[in-house]
Each structure stands twice: as structure tokens, then as C-alpha cells.
Design a binder for this molecule. Sequence first.
Ligand code: PYC
Length: 308
Amino acid sequence: MHVIDSHTGGEPTRVIIEGGPDLGGGSIAERCAVFAREFDEFRTMTICEPRSSDAAVGALLCTPSDPSCSAGVIFFNTAGFLGMCGHGAIGLAATLAFLGRIKPGEHKFETPVGVVNVDLLSANMARIENVESFRSQKALAIDVDGVGVVRGDVAWGGNWFFLVDEAPALLRIENIQQLTQIATKIRQALKNAGITGEGGAEIDHIEFFDAASGKANSRNFVLCPGGAYDRSPCGTGTSAKIACLAADGKLAPGENWLQESIIGSRLVASYRSGANGGVIPSITGSAFICGETKLVFQDDDPFRLGIT
Ligand code: PYC
């Protein structure tokens, strides 16, 4: 399997260029369902330890079914599949530029949750116009075991998020373990209470906010599905945040929002109005290529399929 690794604001993306599963024809959403149902071992062997880790997002490069798109992509991690991935889409754009497959200018990627516009600004910088994002519930209170009552919004930004404005601890690197534990408890409490996104979708990302350093508008901490936190400010999480800010009248169309991650990396976001009452967020960030690798899976390797 031929993969290219990059990072976007510190968050890794591994793009499968060759050697992935044959998912047949159909839309990228249909092929994602085939991937999950019939070829899940390709996900675990590519992204789980010992060949990768909980922190990384995988991206299977596919031929798009929509002829207007430059690429199709299915994002996944150690826990399962993602609808969209903002840092991963920036990583994919930089990867395709590195391979000489796309040039600076406008492109489209087909994802399982819709087509996203991609403006490749340079070899390492891209602006992603995400799928329409919206808030579905405001200031929902949830009683969390050992934490107490936590209030947050439920919003869609290509994945489902629970966004907590008052972080339960200072968003500092030394508090990552504590933040992860609390966010995991919140996610479990939402699940136990049957609180979901639309159509019963699991709210699998938990996001905390706090004041930022320097010129950034806000700092965040995002717990991703599985146990890892996002090293980047999370493109879909920032999209969900933008949807909430817009719904509260706190951010105007076209106005920039500088989102900083727990490790201090940044994305610039803004929005235009969507067709269905939500917002179309734009996320700009940089990704850097870290490696081009041939993954080897030996027949007698007991961890050929990854540590699951
Ligand atoms: O950037 O959207 C994102 C993302 C989702 C999970 C990890 N990163």
C-alpha cells in the first residue's frame, strides 16, 4: 500500500494513494458504506498501531462519481469513518499538489457527506468550503457523572459536535489528559441520555472553548471519535462553531474567525449563508508533507490488521 503522510496544524493525515480496497462504483457515500461493511480491515491495518495511531486520520483517495470533482475521498480513523474532515481535506489538497496531480486554483472533492470546494492557494495552503453546517440544539444541559451539569450546543459541521463554551479546565497542554477524560464522560452521558444529531447520529466529537492567545478569537480542545484529541483546531469542529456563532448573531457573513487549537496551531474561518438556513463555512489552513511510504503487511505478522 502506497501512502502519503502529512500534518495540518500538527494533526496527521495518511492518504492511501494505491493499494486500498476496490469499493466498486456508486457515489462516495455508497462506497463508504461498502468500505465499512466489507473492508473494515483496510481501515484498521492502515490507521491503527503499529503502523499509525489514534491521533491520525486516514483518507482513501477514490475516483469521484461526480465528474466535476478532482478527487473522491473517504476519511476514517481508529474508531470508524468520518463524514468530512477539514484538516484532512487540507492535507489531501497538499498531497495532491505534492504529487503534481492538482495545481493552485479551484477544485472540488467528493466526500460521503457532499461535495466540498477546494481552493489550492499554494502547494501547502488550501481554503476548503465545507458542506452546509448548522446548529440543531442550543444550550442543552446534560448531567455528567463526576462532572456535574454541562451546557452545550449540538451542531453539524460535516460531523456531529457538542460544543461547550465554558471549558471545564484551562485549555493548556498540561491539562490534555484531564480534558480528554471529561470530554469522554460527556460523550458517554450524551449517548446514555439518547441525545443525538439528526437522524439518530451519534455525537462523537466534543469541543471545548476558551480565550486564545494573541490575535486568535478562541482556543479549542476537540475530542475525536476514539480517544485522541485534535492537534489542529478541527475543520469540521470550527465549521460547527461558525454555525453557532452565526445563529447567535455573533459573526457576520464574510467576517474572519481565527480558531486556535490546544497546541496553538490555527485555521482561519468565515462563512456565507447556506440554502437551507445554515452556513457554508470556509476554512483556510496549511498542511506539510511528512513522508511517502510503502506499508508492508507480512502474512505471519500477528498485528497485520492493526492493534484493535
Ligand atoms: O479537521 O475536521 C477535522 C477533523 C475531524 C477529526 C479530526 N480532524
